[in-house]
Each structure stands twice: as structure tokens, then as C-alpha cells.
Design a protein around this ligand. Sequence first.
Ligand SMILES: Cc1cc2nc3c(=O)[nH]c(=O)nc-3n(C[C@H](O)[C@H](O)[C@H](O)COP(=O)(O)OP(=O)(O)OC[C@H]3O[C@@H](n4cnc5c(N)ncnc54)[C@H](O)[C@@H]3O)c2cc1C
Length: 438
Amino acid sequence: MSSLIRRDPRIERIARNRLHPLHQSLVGGSTEQRGPTGLLRKDPRAGYFMGPNGLKRKDRTGNNAPGAARLQRGASGATASEPLLPLHKVESPAHFIVCVLDMVGGRLTSHDKDVLGQAHLLAKSASSEAAVVAVVFGDHREEGFDKAGVDRLIHFNGDDTLSYQGYCPELKLAALQSVESALSPLYWLFPDSIHGGTDLGCRLSARIGERPANHAWQVDKDNTVCRGGSDRIDIRRNTPRLILLAEECAMPIDETRHEVLSLEIELITQAESRIQDLGAVDVDPSQIPLAEAEFILSAGNGVRDWDQFHEVATSLGATEGASRVAVDDGFMPRFRQVGATGTWVTARVYIAVGISGAIQHLQGIGQCEKVVAINTDPGCDMVKRADLTVIGRSQDILGELLQLYKARQTGSSTLSQTKEPDSVSNQEKQDKEARCVA
Ligand SMILES: Cc1cc2nc3c(=O)[nH]c(=O)nc-3n(C[C@H](O)[C@H](O)[C@H](O)COP(=O)(O)OP(=O)(O)OC[C@H]3O[C@@H](n4cnc5c(N)ncnc54)[C@H](O)[C@@H]3O)c2cc1C
């Protein structure tokens, strides 16, 4: 195996192109990240290393950036392995700080990670050793509990008779009551969120008769500062035992690994659920605020047929967005503008139709998971940013999309005529499938 340093022109190209989606993972180095609310969060630890005499030194070489090893890999092609973080152990905890996590989609959210970060701050200030306990309900797909700071994990997975899937606050509350009597936690922490944290936290507070701190964003063992008055005023109070935490209340854990030891809790009360969860309902995508939309079809100066654009958005079930030029020209309302002076969006899929990718627009879509560009110019910045690009005239591409959607719909209605009994569910399934394929 040769130790010669080999150059990978593709990786070097990505490292030079700051608009490429993999750019950050290669060069690292950025100490600033934009949080979900648009606030810049600075990581004071990034860019430093511990010198031989224990002093913190600034790293000016760039060799410790996450992607540096990949830029210089040898003939074996092996990438440098991820550095092993030190293991934080809590041998015999005297206290427990319990975090009830949202786990949206079965994974830790950034809000959950902030809550775990806050739990460790409180654990450090506790009089004796404290363990951070995460409570998770139902199935999950998370593999990073150790790096997020979970010392102990309580997983209520249910069984044939008891299911924690969907909306079942009474069952979850009964489980939390069992945790309360088994561990008598030093603190109960919940994300103050619409994903269940606020609801469950308020229910537990009423059940155990303790007043919670809501929307807390600065917490230490003595005082808690909460946002109030529509986020205009701060309310300072003594830190209670039950805290509903705002987003970005603390930095997530990133310097240690944790044990994630399983804790078994026996249910002391069997709650009967009087709420029936009928599942998620379809909403009108045009009513979803841009900042919360998961799927956005966005129009720029390259859109020629506006009726066609609106029809496609309705068919695909997408929320409409726009570039500033489309708004200034009067084709779209001001509240649809995406970008630095519009809305910062966090969609899972963002389709940019005829948008060049000016820096002000790209700033607004920095948090989007997948970007699709439809454009006539293969060299434009939006194409560089995109994960998938379709080069062509917007009117042609959108026309094709519509045809595909209609063909699927016709196919599904033919199917529904032949299969009478579950025609409704089939139709719905086909519609959804057509949207996904489109
Ligand atoms: C202070 C300031 C703040 C700003 N804030 C924002 C902001 O928040 N949001 C924002 O969006 N902009 C903002 N802008 C404006 C920004 O700089 C750009 O001018 C704007 O984003 C360009 O919009 P566009 O991409 O739709 O138009 P253009 O730049 O004109 O690009 C049109 C694109 O469409 C393509 N095209 C042309 N014809 C077709 C076709 N038939 N089919 C497919 N593609 C086609 C072209 O190749 C081109 O890439 C701001 C500017 C300033 C100075």
C-alpha cells in the first residue's frame, strides 16, 4: 500500500465550489450555522485544538477540518476514520434529569438535541452525579443517542395491547407518571414545541401539580428566563422542576459520547385512551406558511406560463414560493418571496423553476434538504446548488409534469372503475403515488 498523496480532481472541484451541496462537508471550517429560526449560531470550539502543554491553540493549518483527510487520501482510497470522542460515564447517578423527546419521524430533532444539551448543563451544576435520561415513545430510527448526550434511555415501545404510535397523550402521561414515581427526577425537560412536547409537558405538570416554566431559553439551577408577551418580553423566575424549553436554549452535545444504558420502567397505572387518533389529514398547501412548508415549488423570472405554474403547484400539492424578481414584477404576492429579504425556508424538497440562484435567494434555501433546479442555463448558480437539475424551458418541463400527473390520474380512475370495493382508497393511493413520482 503506497503512502503517496493522491489528488482527486472531483473532490478538489467540490472544495473550490462553495455552492456545491457537499462543499461544507469537505472543507468544514465554518464556525457559523444558521438555526431554524434564522439566527446565526456560532460554535466557539470550531477551529481550535489542544496544544501539547494543554493550551487551546487556533488551528491555522486547515488539516483538522472535517474534509481535510479526504482531500489527501492515499492510494488505498481509505478515508480517515471518524475521531472517537471520549466516553462520558455516569457510574452511579444520584439524580436523574429526564428529557421527553419529540423524535419527529423517529429521529432526534435539533430541538431535542438542544434540550439534551441543556440537561447536561443542569447535570453539571447538580450537587452530586446526575444522569441525563431520554424518554422515547414508539418505534424510532435514531442511531446517534450516544453522540447527542443520552446517558440512560427509557424506551416505551408498547406491545400488542398497548401502542404508543400516533396521538395518545393519556398513555404517554401514564408512562411518565411511572417514571416520576420510579426515578423522582431532579428536572423534567420537554421541548416547547407543537410536535408533542408542550402538550405532554403541560399534562404532566397538571397531573403532578407543579407549575412549569414555559418557553424557557436561559436556564441554570437558580434562575430561568422565559419568553413571554408574544416573544417581546423576558420573564425571570426561580428554576422549577418542570421546564418547557425553547429552541436554541443550549448548544447540543458535540464533544463526548454517552453510554445510552437502557432503563426499564414498570408501568404503575394502565391508562385507558379516550382519544381516537384518526391519522394525519391533508391540508391545503397554499395555507401552509412558507417557513413551515415541506415541499415548495418556487417561481422565478424564467417562468413563462403562470397559469401552468399554479396548476402544477396544485396538482403536486406544493406550496408556492417565488424569487424577488417574480414578486417585483407582480406575478406573486410579497409573502411568497424566498430569500434574504423574504422567508428562510426549510423544505425537504425545493423546486426552483427559472431561478438563477442569486446569493440573496440561496441564503433563503440554505436549510432545504433537496433542491431541484429547472433552468435553461446549465452554468447558473442554482444548478450548482441543486441536487438534481433539469435543463430545459420551464414551460416544456412543467407541461410534461402535468401530463404525467394527468396520465397517472386517468390510470387510477380506470383502476377505480374496475375495482369497485376499495375504489376510494385506491384512488387516494394513486394520487399520492403520482405526486411522489412527479
Ligand atoms: C438587497 C437585496 C436583497 C434581495 N433579496 C432577495 C430575496 O430575498 N430573494 C430573491 O429571490 N432575490 C433577492 N434579491 C434579488 C436577487 O439579487 C436576484 O436579482 C433575484 O433573485 C433574481 O431572480 P430570478 O432568479 O428569478 O431572476 P433572474 O436572475 O432573471 O434569473 C432567471 C433565470 O431563469 C432562467 N430562464 C430564463 N428563461 C427560462 C425558461 N424559459 N425556462 C427555464 N429557465 C429560464 C435563466 O437562465 C435564469 O437563470 C435581492 C437583491 C438585493 C439587492
